[in-house]
Design a protein around this ligand. Structure first.
Ligand SMILES: C[S@@+](CC[C@H](N)C(=O)[O-])C[C@H]1O[C@@H](n2cnc3c(N)ncnc32)[C@H](O)[C@@H]1O
Length: 204
């Protein structure tokens, strides 16, 4: 349900459009560098998937390449997850914080590239989530290596949503082969439709 012309509410979560005055104010002098510049549609694919496949309550969730943070905020709100949201670009965190504030939620943040996510953080996470983190060909290897390290560390579940970009599909194919991953088609509806996939690895 729309709340204002620049604010929306879907999946029980309020969020701001890039056009919202608060976000435009943040944008002056705080430009994200790696496409963390709006709420991306894949975050809604992940929320749709999680609404149909809920996480157990009160567990730990690590959101990598979190951007403006919607997927992690959803887990905090819906499952009371202890969420760490990480991103290579610290410029995304003020936007995430603004969206946490309008939902009265708190989550931790860390500046980590995919290659820098510590092994103990991967081991401690019951679920690793991500949305739209594999959009350039040269990201595929980093994302695959992150997944491989998470599997090796014993992270229980890995869920990565994507609209179906070729580098993501290449990573998915390798994970199906190497880690018995599944590629689940998902459709989500906000003010517009979103189509794509969730790459799922159950590692318990
Ligand atoms: C397309 S945005 C998606 C953001 C968010 N997950 C969403 O669905 O709205 C990609 C995000 O990945 C982050 N990112 C890109 N390369 C990264 C890397 N190598 N390590 C960690 N984060 C990275 C960007 O800063 C950006 O926030």
């Amino acid at each position: 349900m729309p709340t204002t012309s620049h604010q929306r509410e879907h999946y029980g979560l309020r969020y701001m459009m890039a056009s919202a005055p608060a976000m435009r104010r943040l944008k002056r002098g705080n430009n994200s560098r790696l496409h963390g510049s709006k709420n991306w549609g894949a975050a809604f694919l992940l929320m749709e998937y999680l609404s149909q496949h809920p996480l157990p309550p009160n567990r730990s969730v690590l959101d990598v390449g979190c951007g403006w943070g919607l997927a992690g905020l959803y887990c905090r709100k819906r499952f009371n997850s202890a969420v760490t949201a990480s991103d290579a670009d610290p410029a995304v965190f003020p936007y995430l914080q603004a969206q946490a504030d309008i939902n009265d939620l708190t989550i931790d943040t860390e500046v980590w590239r995919f290659t820098d996510v510590p092994g103990d953080a991967l081991a401690a996470a019951d679920t690793l989530i991500a949305s739209d983190i594999c959009f350039w060909d040269d990201m595929a290897e980093e994302v695959y290596q992150l997944i491989a390290r998470a599997v090796e560390a014993g992270c229980g579940r890995i869920l990565i949503a994507d609209p179906g970009r070729p580098p993501f599909l290449a990573v998915a194919e390798a994970c199906i082969e190497d880690f018995y991953a599944e590629l689940v088609p998902v459709r989500a509806y906000t003010s517009r439709p979103h189509r794509g996939y969730v790459l799922r690895i159950e590692n318990a």
